[in-house]
Design a binder for this molecule. Structure first.
Ligand code: SF4
Length: 264
């Protein structure tokens, strides 16, 4: 959707709210303000692979060629859900850091120090935002922020925190399929093969934790996927849509419009 049509929508909403009773008008204006704030912060993603968006080869392709993301407006509820997720991540990370203070055998590892100590050559530290560190792997053209690394009872683990709906949480029996590529990418970067997945229920903050073991085959699969995408990028050919593409699969994709235009 173009900036012009977004402006038209906002103008339509504005004139509609002017006709509303005061309470309805207030809440409509508040939602609009949240959405406008969000639009001011929209960033064009960098042309690098992102472990959290590697389930679809076509999505990876659009990311690397720098395709303009669809300009669909996030509504105030979705924005709020993301804010809650970020807030809960911070609270959980702070509690993990305090585990040491309460005499538990757990250390929240400083990523920069870990990379230096282990002499990891293929990972560049780009930035530190709050507790999290932004990293780049030049060999794979991959960038990401991790939730962290913990040393728990003498063993290093990659930590991945997920917040999710009540329904998803209570049905959960293990690590979600679409989270495995993400964890495998982190494992390639840090050479740690054990990942602790902490899932939190958005309704009552109940938690479930699963240990995922990353194998060399899983790492090869991720690297092959990147190499395959690189081939499509070099030839400027849009990869085919995955067979399992569906509304649910494409739910968080930023490239719905270009994907639709590219066809099957
Ligand atoms: S809309 Fe779906 S199929 Fe198309 S690029 Fe995005 S995730 Fe892939």
């Amino acid at each position: 959707m173009s900036q012009r049509s977004l402006k038209t929508i906002h103008n339509l909403i504005k004139s509609a709210t002017e006709q509303l009773p005061i309470d309805k008008s207030f809440v409509a204006d508040l939602k609009l303000s949240i959405e406008k704030q969000d639009q001011e912060n929209v960033r064009i993603p960098s042309k690098s692979y992102k472990p959290s968006s590697m389930s679809c080869l076509r999505q990876m392709y659009f990311q690397i060629i720098g395709e303009e993301p669809s300009q669909e407006r996030r509504d105030s509820c979705n924005i709020g859900i993301t804010d809650i997720g970020s807030f809960r991540h911070e609270k959980i990370q702070e509690a993990i850091m305090d585990m040491r203070k309460y005499k538990m055998d757990c250390e929240y590892v400083d990523i920069a120090k870990f990379i230096k100590q282990r002499k990891i050559k293929n990972v560049e530290i780009k930035d530190k935002i709050g507790i999290e560190t932004k990293l780049y792997l030049p060999d794979l053209n991959m960038s990401f922020m991790t939730d962290g690394i913990v040393k728990y009872k003498g063993q290093y683990y990659i930590l991945e925190i997920k917040t999710e709906t009540n329904h998803k949480f209570w049905d959960r029996k293990g690590v979600a399929e679409n989270h495995i590529i993400q964890a495998t990418s982190y494992s390639i970067a840090f050479n740690i093969n054990q990942v602790l997945f902490l899932y939190e229920c958005r309704d009552n903050t109940e938690k479930k934790c699963y240990l995922l073991e990353i194998t060399e085959d899983m790492k090869h699969e991720v690297i092959s996927k990147i190499e395959e995408c690189d081939q499509y990028v070099n030839n400027l050919i849009v990869p085919p849509k995955p067979k399992n593409a569906s509304n649910k699969f494409c739910q968080y994709c930023k490239y719905v419009s270009p994907c639709r235009k590219a066809g099957i």
